[in-house]
Design a protein around this ligand. Structure first.
Ligand code: APR
Length: 243
């Protein structure tokens, strides 16, 4: 809904750092996923065409770890869910994460711009359906019956992120933009802060373990683990009637 009056909307961009304290590794930290696995092999269309089994095995294993770890939302996810419930204006969470932790914490208005765990897509007919089952090169599409063309419904490098129109709509209306736990290395998400800064009267805040390369683009900076810095910041927004 376009908001003409009332408190300005809030857009919260989240990245892997918000889920780190729930036990999910980030991508680019020293212990991050892309320091252990070659992303060209498992997160690009070229990698898929080269070796589908390798790609599917990688995601099957990741899914298994997810399940085994019984991941739970942390205090940062919970604070954002509270923000959505208690703030009088719109709160939109745009997450680059494929994990379900925002929803598990109770957030409703969540856009998974890089896709979401637990959904599968057929490369032949485009059908998307929920599935937690492991995929193999023998998996059959329930819709078009093609064999070996099912993949996780996750955005790979070089592919267009999902729901960009909705995201830019929310960015165009917001008065506060927060980036939490993201290194700002992957576009278009890394460019959202520049996009909102084109408008006057938009406040931008970076909440991260450490300063990122995008740091100079934010008005305010709060550094530390997400579970320590996000809850008090949310508290501050809710107490601040000026926002
Ligand atoms: N609290 C807050 N921030 C943290 C924490 C923590 N406990 N731990 C790590 N961070 C920060 C790191 O300092 C880093 O800046 O989180 C950021 C994580 O950065 P990346 O690993 O690059 O993750 P992200 O920005 O989400 O990656 C974007 O890249 O590979 C793709 O599709 C993948 O969605 C992902 C995208």
């Amino acid at each position: 809904m376009h908001q003409e009056y009332g408190p300005p909307g809030i857009v919260v961009l989240t990245g892997a750092g918000i889920s780190k304290e729930s036990g999910i590794d980030t991508f680019r930290d020293p212990d991050g996923l892309w320091n252990r696995v070659n992303l060209e092999d498992v997160a690009t269309l070229d990698g898929w065409h080269r070796d589908k089994k390798k790609v599917l095995d990688f995601y099957n294993e990741a899914r298994g770890l997810f399940r085994a770890a019984r991941i739970m939302p942390n205090a940062a996810h919970e604070a954002l869910a509270r923000l959505e419930t208690e703030y009088r204006g719109d709160v939109t969470i745009v997450t680059q994460n494929i994990d379900p932790l925002h929803e598990m914490a109770g957030s409703k208005n969540v856009i998974h711009m890089h896709g979401r765990e637990g959904k599968v897509r057929c490369m032949t007919c485009g059908t998307i359906f929920p599935s937690d089952a492991d995929l193999s090169i023998d998996s059959v599409c329930p819709e078009c019956r093609t064999v070996g063309e099912l993949r996780p419904n996750i955005v790979w490098f070089g592919e267009e992120p999902m729901r960009l129109d909705e995201i830019y709509g929310a960015l165009g209306r917001c008065g506060l933009f927060m980036a939490i736990g993201t290194s700002g290395q992957v576009y278009p998400a890394a460019g959202f802060v520049l996009h909102v800064r084109r408008r006057a009267r938009v406040r931008t805040v970076e909440l991260n373990l450490e300063p990122t390369e995008n740091q100079p683009l934010f008005d305010e900076h709060i550094y530390g683990p997400a579970t320590r810095i996000v809850p008090p910041y949310v508290e501050r927004i809710l107490a601040d009637t000026a926002i």
